[in-house]
Ligand binder design. Structure first.
Ligand code: SF4
Length: 295
């Protein structure tokens, strides 16, 4: 089977930096005090296991405040997705040493939301409920930020066209979905201040996957089912590239039956997927024989 390796794919700068920070803290402090990541540092179980082997334990709790209550001492590492200021304050009050591995792109959105709130805007934030990144942003000013997930929610928003509104978004959503939600908001609230904060790494991976879809029969995305940006790669290939797409965590998840009647398979990877997993998936697909479709 022919494999088209889609670039860019895999680790982004935010993930590389978060892993570097966590490994360093684990190595420096792990021998003398508990070192705990509050939630998955990045959404990939293989990365998590490697960090645990390096002395960094995981509290998987999605509700960061509840997770924090389980940490009695030592160092707490906040994940690449960002953290609510309330949780940071609570960690300090508990006497924990705080290490923040928030991606600089997420920090930029936090700074933007802080500025908008200080300037008296109400912020509409497009994001996925239950994901840690929106939770971190909402914590900046819970009464001044409204989370929406889809364009269907725009019509039921309680604001008037005269309200001082701004819109921004989670960094790892589909760039096309987000743009259409922003357009619906601009249509209803012509004076809204719009800030599309999809990060460059997400945009580049989505654009490359959709472009590649023209020249392949399907796309395999290597990434965790927890990973927002990996799931969005599957979505944009299907919706914008109009080709089938499959999410696999490892080579063991590749199902040869997917490729019946196909010749060229595109492979990409989410921003939190270790390179060795993607290499193994590519090798596994390359060894598969072409199977013609039944007539
Ligand atoms: S996907 Fe974007 S926001 Fe998330 S860690 Fe990578 S660069 Fe940062």
């Amino acid at each position: 089977m022919e494999v088209v390796k889609i670039t860019p794919r895999g680790y982004c700068h935010g993930v590389v930096e978060a892993i570097r920070i966590a490994k360093r803290v684990g190595a420096d402090r792990g021998g003398s005090e508990p070192v705990t990541m509050l939630g998955y540092l990045v959404h990939n179980e293989h990365v998590t296991r490697e960090l645990e082997e390096g002395g960094v334990r995981l509290i998987p709790e999605t509700d960061r405040m509840k997770g924090l209550e389980q940490i009695r001492e030592g160092t707490v590492i906040f994940t690449a997705h960002g953290i609510s200021p309330e949780v940071v304050d609570a960690a300090r009050t508990r006497g924990l040493n705080v290490v923040d591995a928030t991606c600089s792109d997420v920090t930029r959105t936090h700074d933007l939301v802080r500025r908008l709130v200080a300037e008296d805007y109400h912020v509409i934030y497009i994001g996925k409920r239950g994901h840690p990144e929106p939770a971190g942003v909402l914590g900046i000013a819970p009464d001044r930020i409204t989370l929406i997930e889809s364009g269907d929610e725009v019509d039921s928003l309680p604001f008037t066209a005269d309200d001082k509104l701004a819109v921004t978004c989670q960094t790892t959503l589909s760039m096309w979905d987000t743009q259409s939600i922003i357009e619906a908001l601009v249509h209803r609230y012509p004076h809204i201040e719009a800030h599309n904060e999809i990060c460059l790494a997400t945009q580049e991976r989505q654009e490359a996957a959709v472009l590649a879809a023209d020249n392949v029969d399907c796309v395999v995305v290597v990434g965790s089912s927890r990973s927002s940006n990996s799931k969005r790669l599957v979505q944009v290939v299907e919706e914008k590239g109009h080709k089938p797409a499959f999410l696999v965590d490892t080579a063991a998840d590749v199902d040869p039956a997917w490729f019946t009647g196909m010749r060229r398979i595109g492979v990409t990877a989410g921003a939190s997927t270790p390179t060795h997993l993607t290499r193994a998936v590519i090798a596994a697909i390359e060894t598969l024989p072409e199977v013609p479709a039944a007539v």
